[in-house]
Ligand binder design. Structure first.
Ligand SMILES: Nc1ncnc2c1ncn2[C@@H]1O[C@H](COP(=O)(O)OP(=O)(O)OP(=O)(O)O)[C@@H](O)[C@H]1O
Length: 232
């Protein structure tokens, strides 16, 4: 049984038909990258998994159960965490308070906070700082840490490298690699080499459908299919 399975998923924003029959599966322990040009439906796929934008047709199954149409908070409570592109956090709360809010009812805050401080030393340095005053990279680290301390089995990570300086991207990648050792992940990432480096498998989307998928092993931006669908 797959941890996550999308079958024949069609998602709309109003009359706009965005996902046009997406099929994909994620096995426990995997990192799966969703790649494709801007606007092909990668973020919409994550929103559909969480039922933030429920599909009009098709099924989303998590841990063997049909979660299609359930309220988002119920889907999330089943163990799916979200690290959104906009890194939503409580700007006027400190780093530590942001972590505290994200810890689930069964989590031990002190233990989880210290784990995050080990993983992201900057968060410990700035533990008292309000989140809105962190740099972009630090905010991304806090967003990832918030996703982790929720005690989720599956983490949906949207564009973690966006807007970050290369050196900071390296730190975020290393942190995600650490996280992936014990968390299954779906990663939306525009940076193709980074996506191939972190993920075990990929799905290439175009116009709301999967046009290519497989192991990331040895896949380069020179592959004809990839070039065709990634170049503008
Ligand atoms: N709330 C919305 N209402 C209407 N259309 C939307 C909404 N959000 C996204 N779209 C449109 O849906 C399409 C898919 O968007 P989506 O964000 O899933 O793309 P993406 O592949 O994640 O690309 P990007 O990297 O630009 O986020 C785009 O054409 C976008 O303009």
């Amino acid at each position: 049984m797959s941890l996550l399975e999308l079958e024949g998923v069609h998602t709309y924003y109003g009359e706009s038909h965005i996902l046009q029959g997406v099929n994909l599966h994620v096995e426990e322990g995997e990192v799966v990258a969703l790649i494709g040009r801007n606007g092909v439906g990668k973020t919409t796929t994550l929103r559909t998994i969480l039922q933030l934008t429920p599909p009009r047709e098709g099924t989303v199954r998590y841990a063997g159960e049909d979660v299609t149409g359930l309220p988002t908070h119920e889907v999330a409570t089943r163990g799916i965490g979200w690290v959104p592109e906009e890194r939503r956090m409580f700007g006027y709360l400190s780093v530590e308070e942001n972590l505290r809010v994200a810890v689930g009812p069964e989590g031990d805050f002190d233990v989880l906070r210290d784990e995050m401080f080990d993983l992201f030393p900057d968060l410990e340095r700035f533990r008292e700082k309000e989140a809105r005053n962190l740099s972009g990279g630090q905010q991304q680290m806090l967003a990832i840490a918030r996703g982790i301390v929720g005690g989720n089995d599956l983490l949906l990570v949207d564009e973690p490298s966006e807007g970050l300086a290369p050196l900071i991207v390296d730190q975020v990648v290393e942190a995600l690699r650490d996280v992936s050792a014990d968390t299954t992940m779906v990663l939306v990432e525009q940076n193709f080499p980074l996506a191939m480096d972190l993920a075990d498998r990929f799905y290439l989307l175009d116009h709301g459908t999967v046009v290519e998928s497989g192991s990331t092993e040895g896949v380069t931006a020179d592959d004809e299919q990839i070039r065709r669908y990634l170049s503008a």
